[in-house]
Design a protein around this ligand. Structure first.
Ligand code: BV8
Length: 256
C-alpha cells in the first residue's frame, strides 16, 4: 500500500492524533524558514531588501534572543515587524487547510486532534485550525518589556523602533526567544497531548530546536505511531514509523 494511503488510514483511525509543525509548513505561503534561508528569504521582489539581507545575513538563532534585543532593540524590533507584516500579507496554503480539515473530521468522529506549532505566524488559525498550541508564542502579540502589558500592533508598520506603550515603555514581540522558557500553558498542553496520543506527525520541522525536538520520544513512549512529512531528512527521520518525503502543501491534502 502506498505510504500516503497508510498515513491516510492512520489519521482516520487515530483516537488522538498530535501534529507538530515547523516553519516548513509555512514555506509554501512564502514565509522564509529558519534554516534554509541562506540566499533565499522566500521574499517577493517588492520586499524591503535590507530586511531580506538582515534575514539572509544573520542566523535567526542570533537574532531571536534576549541578548540581541538588549544589544539593539531597534534592529530586532524592525526585523520582527517586517516578519509580522509578511505573515499578515501571507495566505494559508493547502497544507494549513488540510490540517484544519483533518481536525474537523476527527472532531466530527468524536476523536481528539491536537495541533502543536513552533510557528508564530498565525496561519494555522487563519486556515481554520482550533485550539492551536503556539509553543513559541505569536508574532502578532507584543508586550511591554518590563511590565508585560500587552500591546495590539497596528495593521501597518510601527511608527518607531523599538515601538513603545503609551507610557513610553518599549515593547517586544511575545515570541519565545532562544534561552527563554516556553509558555507554561503551552508546555502543559503539549505534554498532556503527547502522553495520550496514538499518532504523532512531525511536519516541516528540522527537529533541532528543543523541547519540541524531543516530542517524538514522548509520543513513542505513549505507544504512538509516528510519521514525518518533510522534503529533507532530519535527526528524527530514521526513528519515525513512516516518512513521507515531499512538501507539506502537496502531501497533506492527499491525506484528507
Ligand atoms: C528552552 C520563536 C529552557 C522566535 C523560536 C536541549 C538540547 C539542546 C539545546 C537545548 C535544549 N534545551 C534548550 C536548548 C536551547 C535551545 C535549542 O533548542 N537550541 C537548539 C537550536 C540547539 N532551546 C531553547 O532555547 C528553548 N527554550 O528550552 O528553555 C532552557 C533554556 C536554556 C537552556 C536550557 C533550557 C526555546 C526555543 C524556541 C526558540 N524560538 N522561534 C521567532 O520565531 O523568531 S525557534 C524557531 O526555530 C522557530 O520557532 C522555528 O519554528 C523553530 C524550529 O525551526 P523549524 O520550524 O524546524 O524551521 P527550520 O527552518 O529549522 O526547518 C524547516 C524544515 O522544514 C526543514 O526541515 C525543511 O526541510 C522543511 N521544509 C522546507 N520546505 C518545506 C518543508 N517541509 C514541508 N514542506 C515544505 N514545503
Amino acid at each position: 500500500m502506498p505510504d500516503t494511503e497508510t498515513a491516510r488510514l492512520w489519521f482516520a483511525r487515530a483516537r488522538h492524533a498530535v501534529v507538530l509543525t515547523g516553519s516548513g509548513v509555512s514555506a509554501e505561503s512564502s514565509i522564509p524558514t529558519f534554516r534554509d534561508v541562506k540566499g533565499d528569504a522566500g521574499g517577493d521582489p517588492d520586499d524591503d531588501t535590507t530586511m531580506q539581507a538582515l534575514w539572509a545575513e544573520f542566523d535567526p538563532q542570533t537574532l531571536a534572543t534576549p541578548e540581541a534585543f538588549d544589544a539593539d532593540p531597534e534592529m530586532v524590533t524592525r526585523w520582527y515587524d517586517w516578519r509580522r507584516l509578511k505573515c499578515l500579507g501571507a495566505q494559508p496554503n493547502p497544507g494549513h487547510l488540510a490540517l484544519a480539515e483533518l481536525q474537523r473530521r476527527a472532531i466530527a468522529d468524536g476523536r481528539r486532534f491536537t495541533l502543536l506549532t513552533q510557528n508564530v505566524d498565525g496561519l494555522h488559525q487563519r486556515a481554520g485550525s482550533t485550539g492551536v498550541v503556539e509553543l513559541h508564542g505569536s508574532i502578532m502579540q507584543w508586550r511591554g518589556v518590563r511590565t508585560g502589558v500587552s500591546a495590539d500592533p497596528p495593521p501597518g508598520p510601527f511608527d518607531t523602533y523599538p515601538p513603545t506603550l503609551p507610557t513610553g515603555e518599549p515593547i517586544r514581540p511575545s515570541v519565545v526567544w532562544f534561552g527563554e522558557m516556553l509558555p507554561e500553558r503551552a508546555i502543559a498542553a503539549a505534554f498532556e497531548a503527547l502522553a495520550s496520543c496514538d499518532l504523532f506527525v512531525s511536519v516541516g520541522t528540522s527537529a533541532v530546536v528543543h523541547p519540541a525536538a524531543g516530542f517524538i520520544h514522548q509520543a513513542r513512549d505513549a505507544g504512538a505511531r509516528t510519521i514525518e512529512i518533510n522534503p529533507d531528512s532530519t535527526p528524527i527521520s530514521n526513528i519515525t514509523d513512516l516518512r513521507l518525503v515531499g512538501r507539506s502543501g502537496e502531501i497533506l491534502p492527499r491525506l484528507v
